[in-house]
Design a protein around this ligand. Structure first.
Ligand code: PLP
Length: 446
């Protein structure tokens, strides 16, 4: 499409813009051959997205039941978050972080050290969740190298886990969901233990911990770390499991000298009812990954925290430094909006708010249990999950939900919601009614 004059592109109407999008723009996990409908968002405010409708010309307001994939804790177009960004942009949008530092990053790191589990005192600011996981992997590898044990270079993760889309992170995602066979020559072969079987409210007996225990025992000399999503396995199946599993696993990691990496990129910042899901078990991992809701959904930013033991170990080693760093690291705009988002969260009664959402989801989604084809309904904190017996027809269900004023993005057998924390009781009722109504309508028509 090369031309000499690139300046004057004609303005497209909504239908033309969507047609261009279908032809040229990759979306997450999307096909560019006959893709399903993609909706054009005109603006967003509070819990609402304003969707264009090129056919009728009338836009429609829908409740975002996804918080833009766990991120938008305080909803959209929040005056405090808007102001944090605009104010910061007037003093500096960005400076390199090598040899320079700035208040927004310092304030953010202070706050993260303060609110995360005791002992996680060192912070690396990363660009996205997947990068935060790469950083965690590299920290574990450098640590054992420094300890004179470079053979401890493999990682273990849980079946049904999800840790991101870069090659290192992918190697730790569920090998089947993540289609590892497509990439087999280019991703590390890692160890996998069975997904935790004990439910959130159940204790874990020796049997439930046996698989991971055996693997740790057998592979301790080659294992650098185990990575897991504490309490809630997100994109790999939306499963909740027992804090008892986490506590016992932490003890086993210490016993067999394997580091524990907690990936709280989805669970962090209150979503599960504790500020961090590790809090359900009262454990401190060696390394902690944060992302998604860190900036309240405004900009991409993530963080990897570790204990002094890990940072000292790394820096005493051959390299003398941690081997990672990027030009846009610690971006001041992202740090400022993260600070403002954390202030909003912590100034508020976040725990009370999440309990209210939890009970609203429990009540509102309960009728799903009697809809045919529903296998399970589960709620934890501000997360509601309906697991179907069969994979859902996503475009059809999405259209039914939009008709009822709600945006969700189901996948596989899972219809799930994690609304912004600012959602009102009335909006939460509407959200649940739309889910019940859509599933009922689709069941009736099938
Ligand atoms: C989303 C997610 C990631 C990856 O974060 P990105 O920002 O998408 O790169 C990693 N781990 C978990 C648990 C996640 O939910």
């Amino acid at each position: 499409m090369s031309q000499d004059n690139h300046t004057a592109l004609p303005t497209l109407n909504d239908a033309q813009a969507l047609a261009f999008d279908r032809e040229h723009v990759w979306h997450p996990y999307s096909s560019l051959i006959d893709p399903p409908p993609c909706y054009l968002v005109e603006s967003a405010e509070g819990v609402y997205l304003q969707l264009a409708n090129p056919d009728t010309g009338e836009s429609q307001r829908v409740i975002d039941g996804m918080s833009s994939w766990w991120c938008a804790l305080h909803g959209y177009n929040h005056p405090v978050l808007n102001q944090a960004i605009s104010q910061q942009s007037e003093s500096m949008a960005h400076v390199m972080f090598g040899g320079l530092t700035h208040r927004p990053a310092i304030d953010l790191c202070r706050r993260l050290v303060d609110i995360t589990p005791q002992g996680l005192d060192q912070v690396f600011l990363a660009d996205s969740g997947s990068v935060a996981v790469e950083v965690a992997i590299k920290m574990a590898l450098q640590y054992w190298h420094s300890q004179g044990r470079p053979e401890k270079s493999r990682l273990m993760s849980l079946r049904n886990g999800y840790h991101g889309d870069t090659l290192g992170a992918m190697s730790l995602c569920d090998p089947i969901n993540g289609m590892h066979h497509l990439f087999k020559d280019n991703i590390q072969s890692q160890l996998f233990t069975e997904a935790p079987r004990c439910g959130f409210d159940e204790p874990c007996d020796a049997d439930a911990i046996a698989d991971v225990h055996n693997l740790l025992q057998e592979h301790k000399d080659s294992l650098a770390a185990i990575i897991l999503e504490p309490i809630v396995q997100g994109a790999g199946g939306m499963r909740f499991y027992s804090p008892d599993y986490l506590r016992q696993l932490k003890a086993l990691c210490e016993r067999y000298e394997v580091l524990l990496i907690a990936d709280e990129i989805a669970t962090g910042f209150g979503r599960t009812g504790e500020l961090f899901a590790c809090g359900h078990a009262g454990i401190t991992p060696d390394i902690l990954c944060l992302g998604k809701a860190l900036t309240g959904g405004y900009l991409t930013l993530a963080a990897t925290l570790c204990t002094r033991k890990i940072s000292s170990g790394i820096c005493e080693g051959e390299a003398g430094v941690f081997m990672h760093g990027t030009p846009l690291m610690g971006n001041p705009l992202a740090c400022s909006v993260a600070n403002a988002s954390l202030d909003l969260l912590l100034q508020d009664d976040w725990r009370g708010k999440i309990q209210t959402i939890e009970s609203g989801l429990n009540t509102g989604l309960a009728p799903c249990r009697s809809i045919k084809g529903v296998a399970d309904v589960r709620v934890l904190g501000a997360i509601g999950v309906i697991e179907m017996e069969q994979a859902v027809d996503m475009p059809k269900l999405q259209a039914a939900l939009i008709e009822r004023g709600v945006w969700l993005r189901p996948f596989g057998k899972l219809v799930y919601t994690m609304p912004p924390f600012i959602i009102t009781q009335g909006e939460l009722e509407s959200l649940c009614q739309a889910i019940v109504g859509s599933l009922t309508a689709i069941e009736a028509s099938s």
